[in-house]
Design a protein. Sequence first.
Length: 253
Amino acid sequence: MGLLEDRVVLVNGGSQGVGAGVVRAAVAEGATVVFTGRRADVGEKLAAETGARFVRADLAEPAQARDSVVRTVEAHGRVDCLVNAAGLTSRGSLLDTTPELFDQHIAINLKAPFFAMQAAVADMTARKAPGTIVSIGSNCAHGGPPHLAPYSAAKAGLAGLTRNAAHAHRFDRIRINTINIGWTDTEGEDATQRAFHGAGDDWREKAAKSQPMGKLGQVDEIAEFVVFLLSDRSGVVTGSVIDWDQNVFGGQD
């Protein structure tokens, strides 16, 4: 049996990048998967490829984040696992971030996970059933570079939310964890490098050479770890904010 056999898994922000990797990995491990995204064409293509159910949603709207859980429960009777994978990485420093940009980061990177978790935990507790939640955080929660000020603030908030919610619902047997990923090779990162940093077609090769392991983080590797945390194989672990990166935070040369 697969690690997620007979589990209903909702992946918010699952139409591309890390989220799409989690959709594929969860389906491969036997889960019934629902995923959300803003682009219908991309979502429907992944749904056709995997057999997962696509729900179009703009997670910047808290009502739609909550509704993603509601629609999953309507379709499958429950939600056993939630993955918060949507992310916004547009650039902004302390000095040039506008209130509008700040609000966008909070909406996608913090508010959407909060209200999706709220709805998922409500379903789990109403059924008196255990569950698991994994959020995709960032190593920027430790501080981050100057050009990712609102992003870093939101991801630090997500780490705090993870610990708070995990503590609050530990006796409900709902395990809640976050993975703080580092620089990862995704479609979104490709677009970001080109739009904000003038990167050319060889940016991946240059970036890989700058990293200790000689490569960027890989979507399939992250997805497999997410599936492990969602499954019973990860035991009792909850409230953990795990640095999934090749750089050691706090280390000094």
